[in-house]
Design a protein around this ligand. Structure first.
Ligand code: 139
Length: 123
């Protein structure tokens, strides 16, 4: 069975891509099997090396959006792509806006090793 850490990798890591095209999110949200029974509203892909993203678990402690305490904010900005579901999209035709950004990421980390399991947002 897939662990939460593996799920984070599948849903949020794409280190080898540096420039994305307009169709990036439509392709990735399907290929990475991110929609199961419903269209996911927002999903962020991170275009940085895995060790740099794992290191965020040991950077600034910040409160999570949902009041849990275990969130960490990256000390540097990262290359990310936000995929936002288009308003008119209906499952199984999940259509996405692709937006390339450079922002600090906020992730939740858990376990031993202490690794990212949830993408909390970007600032
Ligand atoms: P999710 O199932 O939310 O978390 P994603 O991150 O891919 O999966 N967990 C926490 N979950 C929520 N908040 C915390 N503080 C948690 N601490 C631990 C995966 C697992 O992590 C655990 C939970 O047990 C959970 O099973 O916000 C909803 C989805 O939208 C995405 C991220 C999230 O899904 N999103 C939101 C983005 O990708 N980018 C954004 O900018 C905003």
């Amino acid at each position: 069975k897939e662990t939460q850490a593996e799920k984070f990798l599948r849903q949020h890591m794409d280190p080898d891509t540096s420039t994305v095209t307009a169709s990036y999110c439509n392709k990735m949200m399907k290929h990475q099997n991110i929609m199961v029974g419903d269209c996911k509203l927002v999903n962020t892909f991170i275009h940085e090396p895995l060790p740099d993203v794992q290191a965020v678990c040991f950077q600034g402690n910040v409160p999570c959006k949902n009041t849990k305490p275990n969130c960490h904010k990256s000390s540097s900005k990262m290359r990310i792509t936000d995929c936002h579901l288009k308003k008119e999209a209906k499952y199984p035709k999940c259509e996405y806006e692709t937006q390339q950004l450079r922002k600090s990421i906020i992730v939740t980390c858990e376990g031993n090793p202490y690794v990212p399991v949830h993408f909390n947002g970007s600032v």
